[in-house]
Design a protein around this ligand. Structure first.
Ligand code: PEP
Ligand code: MN
Length: 257
C-alpha cells in the first residue's frame, strides 16, 4: 500500500508575494535560452512592463542534438539573476544535474525539472531535500501515475512545494510538436492537490496556438502558464518556432490583468 504525501489536499505555493495555485492564474514568460547579458536585460525590462509574475530563461539546455546551443551555463545564470533583480522579479530555470543544485540554489526562486528528467529519481530526491519550490514538467511519454509519483519522489524528502507542468505528450499526430493533455493536467491537479500550470509553447510547438491554449488552460481551472518569448523569435537560438513576440504576449496577458 502506498503511503502518499500528495493526497489531493489543495496546496498554494508562495513565491515572494505570489500565490501559485491561488485565485489568480500565474504567468511565467521569457526566452527558451538566455543568449547574452544584453538579451536577458531586454527581456526582463520588456516583460516587466507588460506584466509577468515570474521570468523563465534556460541556461542549461537539454537539446535533442548535442551540437545545438547548450546554453550559457553559470555565466548565463549570473546575467539572469542580475537582470531579474533589476526589475524585482523571481526567476525559474532548469536544473539538469543533481551536482548543480547547491551552486544554483542561491540564484533561483524555483527549480525547473524538464520533461527529459522527470524520471531522474536521484535528481528528484535531492530536490526534495531543498527548501526551494520545484516545477516538475511531465515527461513526454509519462502516464499520470508516473508523473504524480515523480512528484512524490520530491515530496518524500520533505519539500512539498511542487508545481506540476503539463507540456504536451507524444502521440501519433505530427502537426503539433506534442499533444497538450489538458484533461490529464486536471486529473493530476485533483489527485495531488498541487498547482498545475500549462506550457503551451512546448505543448504545441506553434506560435498561433499559444493564445488559445492559454485561454483553454485557464478556462478549465488550471493555475497558469509558462510561455516562451523573444524580442525576435525568428533569430532565437532555441525553439524560435514556438516563441512569441513581446506584443503577442502582451495581448494574451492583457486579458487576465
Ligand atoms: C524548456 O522549458 O525550455 C524545456 C526544455 O522544456 P521541456 O523540458 O518541457 O522540453
Ligand atoms: Mn524551449
Amino acid at each position: 500500500m502506498d503511503k502518499l504525501k500528495l493526497t489531493g489536499k489543495k496546496k498554494i505555493i508562495k513565491v515572494r508575494d505570489l500565490e501559485i495555485g491561488g485565485e489568480k492564474p500565474i504567468f511565467i514568460a521569457g526566452p527558451c535560452s538566455i543568449e547574452s547579458e544584453e538579451h536577458i536585460i531586454d527581456e526582463a525590462n520588456n516583460l516587466k512592463k507588460i506584466g509577468v509574475d515570474i521570468l523563465r530563461g534556460g541556461v542549461f539546455k537539454p537539446r535533442t542534438s548535442p551540437y545545438d546551443f547548450q546554453g550559457l551555463g553559470y555565466e548565463g545564470l549570473e546575467y539572469f539573476k542580475k537582470a531579474a533583480d533589476n526589475v524585482n522579479l523571481p526567476i525559474i530555470t532548469e536544473v539538469l544535474s543533481e551536482d548543480d543544485i547547491e551552486k544554483m540554489i542561491d540564484y533561483v526562486d524555483i527549480f525547473q525539472v524538464g520533461s527529459r528528467n522527470m524520471y531522474n529519481y536521484s535528481l528528484l530526491k535531492k530536490l526534495g531535500k531543498t527548501n526551494k519550490p520545484v516545477l516538475l514538467k511531465r515527461g513526454f511519454s509519462a502516464t499520470i501515475k508516473e508523473w504524480t509519483m515523480a512528484a512524490e519522489y520530491i515530496a518524500m524528502g520533505g519539500n512539498e512545494d511542487i508545481i506540476l507542468c503539463e507540456r504536451g505528450i507524444r502521440a501519433f499526430n505530427d502537426y503539433t510538436r506534442n499533444t497538450l493533455d489538458l484533461a490529464g493536467a486536471l486529473v493530476a491537479k485533483n489527485l495531488t492537490g498541487l498547482p498545475v500550470i500549462v506550457d503551451p509553447s512546448h505543448g504545441t510547438g506553434r506560435r498561433e496556438l499559444i493564445g488559445p491554449m492559454t485561454d483553454a488552460a485557464i478556462a478549465c481551472g488550471l493555475d497558469g502558464v509558462i510561455i516562451e518569448t523573444h524580442r525576435n523569435p525568428d533569430t532565437a537560438l532555441s525553439d524560435g518556432e514556438q516563441t512569441i513576440t513581446y506584443s503577442d504576449y502582451e495581448k494574451i496577458r492583457g486579458k487576465y490583468l
